[in-house]
Design a protein around this ligand. Structure first.
Ligand code: B12
Length: 446
């Protein structure tokens, strides 16, 4: 049996002005180049638990309009995709099926919309892929399979994680590779469409397994840059420190996502620096409590942190770790003044890097359910708008057009060559000052 792992790849935006801007603004171009080339870790992971008697090939499809001939000579294909490209994934699946190829679909969108996905697949897997994969493969080999394998009630133990088959990749195509150290998040943000939707409980992968994955990557790429495909790496500070200590001898540069609480732990920050952390991405979401109220649904945690943002960014960056602060525009309660507030906060904070996105109602999220109830979704199944750069709902305190136009304005302000350069310069001069102060305190200057 020949199995094709087909990853939908590349980045997307429908907003034409923004797409045009993306081609010209240096900050935007740089960020897009960095993230656009990442492989599907989900498929590589499942490839790692596929029996040896099945031939596996990994293929990436960026734009189905470019696919004249279907890739490979497969008996079965497993297609991965997120909401933004799900319609393209369905079109591809339909073509494979018309050619007699068995199609398996799974992942975040399929878990949120199983009925829809089933119309384009022979088999769907909802929830995490690992608990179902061996059964799916066994049933396929026997020629007797089910149409739905639902793992939502059987959480996967990351201690049994298979080794992703990184060797299936043509590594020259990538500027970084991903490793996952955890799934889920202890917080519950209304808009979050990430791993919490398939793994409601926060869980970590044992340190030795993470290190084994990095060592495997180093066999095919001696000095890799690692992006942790995590949502919130350092929730458990004790585990985080253990991971960081084990990372130090690996001598890799890495990037991850975390919440702001890391700023309160100097030992953790020191270990992050010593183990090669190049950047940590933090969802600040809004510089004002207005936008943050109600975002985190368990204890309004995000709104409670906003007063500490400036000091926290300063603390993290003073350890030589750059912070990529993420802001969501169009949050309920925020109006047209929110764009200037973000711009001003970014320059006041000294953030090295910034990411702005538009609030997006992804299927399966509490936000989607609420906006649907309130009749505020512009089109309930316009999944192609789930790009984080397009508007798929009616904002509460501005019009859709105001949100779009001001977003483009903010992108111009933040990603101009001048602004990007000023942020980098400010980071290094602050760091220089911190180092000098430390020297004086230690008495080195005398
Ligand atoms: C790496 C990454 C990318 C990469 C690689 C994408 C790829 N081909 O896999 C790139 C840079 C290309 C990318 C692009 C985009 N991304 Co992205 N990305 C991520 C990131 C950081 C990590 C994903 C990951 O590797 N997870 C680890 C793996 C192991 O988990 P997994 O993929 O969910 O797979 C598991 C299950 O879902 C399941 N499974 C998955 N696929 C399949 C397939 C089959 C057949 C089966 C059986 C099971 C199965 O089994 C796996 C093991 O349990 C996440 C954020 C995060 N921290 O998770 C965002 C994230 C997935 N991206 C997101 C978005 C919005 C985008 C873009 C739309 C951005 C844009 N404007 O272009 C595009 C979409 C392009 C597309 N291909 O559809 C959203 C998706 C939300 C959603 N529900 O759709 C996320 C969650 C971030 C967010 N802010 O919310 N992304």
């Amino acid at each position: 049996m020949k199995l094709g792992m087909v990853a939908m790849s590349g980045v997307r935006a429908h907003n034409e002005e923004l797409t045009r801007l993306g081609l010209t603004l240096p900050g935007f171009v740089e960020r897009n180049k960095t993230i656009a080339s990442l492989p599907s870790l989900g498929l590589l992971t499942l490839a790692g638990m596929t029996p040896d008697n099945i031939d596996v090939e990994y293929v990436e499809v960026e734009d189905i309009a470019d696919v004249d001939e279907l890739p490979g000579d497969f008996d079965v294909v497993a297609i991965s995709s997120f909401s933004a490209q799900i319609k393209e994934a369905y079109a591809l699946a339909d073509r494979f099926r018309a050619n007699g190829v068995i199609v398996i679909l799974g992942g975040l969108h399929v878990t949120a919309m199983p009925g829809e996905a089933l119309q384009h697949a022979d088999i769907i897997v909802t929830g995490e892929g690992e608990p179902a994969w061996s059964r799916v493969m066994r049933d396929l080999l026997r020629g007797d399979y089910q149409s739905i394998y639902d793992t939502t009630g059987t959480p996967f133990n990351l201690g049994s994680s298979p080794m992703p088959r990184f060797e299936l990749l043509d590594v020259d195509r990538y500027n970084r590779l991903t490793v996952q150290t955890q799934r889920g998040c202890p917080f519950s943000c209304e808009f979050c469409a990430s791993s919490i939707r398939i793994s409601p409980i926060y869980k970590v992968k044992p340190v030795d397994r993470v290190i084994a994955e990095i060592q495997r990557i180093k066999e095919i790429w001696p000095k890799p840059f690692i992006e942790f495909a995590d949502d919130n790496t350092f929730v458990n500070k004790k585990h985080g420190k253990k991971l960081l200590r084990a990372l130090i001898p690996e001598k890799v540069r890495w990037f991850t996502e975390s919440d702001i609480s890391i700023a309160r732990d100097d030992e953790l920050l020191g270990l992050m620096r010593d183990s090669g952390c190049a950047q940590v991405l933090i969802g600040l979401e809004s510089p004002t409590a207005i936008g943050l109220h109600g975002v985190e649904q368990k204890s309004d945690w995000k709104a409670k942190q906003v007063d500490s943002y400036l000091a926290a960014i300063d603390r993290i960056q003073s350890h030589g770790i750059t912070v990529n602060g993420c802001f969501v525009l169009g949050l309920d309660g925020t109006g047209v003044d929110s764009f200037e507030r973000v711009r001003d906060f970014v320059s006041e904070s000294g953030l090295y890097e910034v990411q702005i996105t538009i609030q997006t109602a992804f299927p399966g999220t509490p936000l989607y359910a609420r906006l649907r109830r309130e009749g505020r979704l512009l089109d309930e199944t316009a999944w192609e708008l789930c790009t984080l750069f397009d508007v798929n709902f009616r904002p509460s305190h501005m019009s859709k057009e105001e949100l779009e136009q001001n977003f483009v304005w903010l992108a111009r302000e933040l990603y101009s060559e001048h602004a990007s350069r000023a942020r980098k310069k400010a980071f290094f001069s602050n760091l220089h000052e911190v180092r000098q102060q430390e020297q004086v305190q230690r008495g080195d200057a005398i």
